[in-house]
Design a protein around this ligand. Structure first.
Ligand code: SF4
Length: 217
């Protein structure tokens, strides 16, 4: 099994104060964003988090119910699935930058439940502005797209995930991209056997991501 405990995932070590200040400013600016209608129903903006200089950036679709309430990315069930997969390949989440393509929770109210709704193309496009700010600040070597919406946002074109999944791609600026499923897809599998298989495939994709990072360093 590929182990990466020996691979530092941040080039610059601890985040420098000026970078931390820039990130803090971005978070504050994004808190007042009205670039698309999603700010109206959501509790708060959920911006990315992690060290500036992280070699890997994970990009999901949008915050979920718990993320919306807490204000941090990937802290709900999908986040715990991501953490389990990262642990399986020896990746330290604290050394990676984790964010979403869309920073506000889009949902449909059903009684007391808030059911996730996919952001549309215009919302993804509007929020790409913030993702670009994160790319420019963090400057990751590899961006791991978690799910179709994230892959679409990063590659800037409609994507059939099955066609690009697990294949290292390169953006025009030289940054690497690797697309895989969103960890919530594992949670939606109908039985334990399928969940185990999907989790194993997800872990295999993360191992490929680690290999790519090693090759880019
Ligand atoms: S989803 Fe993104 S673009 Fe839309 S209001 Fe929220 S932060 Fe702004």
């Amino acid at each position: 099994m590929t182990q990466v405990r020996d691979v530092p995932l941040s080039e610059n070590g601890a985040t420098k104060p000026r970078h931390a200040a820039r990130l803090k400013k971005l978070v504050e600016e994004a808190a007042h964003c009205e670039r698309c209608p999603l700010f109206r129903e959501a509790t708060q903006t959920v911006f990315g988090e992690g060290p500036i200089g992280a070699l890997i950036m994970f990009v999901g679709e949008q915050p979920g119910d718990q993320e919306d309430r807490v204000g941090r990315p990937f802290v709900g069930p999908a986040g715990r699935m991501l953490d389990a997969a990262l642990a399986a390949v020896g990746l330290d989440r604290g050394a990676a930058y984790v964010t979403n393509a869309v920073k506000h929770f889009k949902y449909e109210q059903r009684g007391k439940r808030r059911l996730h709704k996919h952001p549309n193309r215009g919302e993804v496009q509007a929020c790409r502005w913030w993702l670009d700010q994160e790319f420019a600040l963090v400057r990751p070597k590899l961006v791991v797209a978690l799910g179709t919406v994230a892959a679409h946002a990063i590659l800037n074109r409609p994507v059939v995930l099955a066609r690009v999944r697990g294949r290292p791609l390169t953006l025009p600026d030289g940054r690497g991209v690797l697309a895989t499923i969103h960890p919530s897809a594992i949670l939606r599998m109908p039985d334990e056997t399928m969940r185990r298989q999907a989790f194993g495939d997800f872990v295999d994709d993360l191992k490929r991501a680690v290999k790519v990072v090693k090759s880019l360093r």
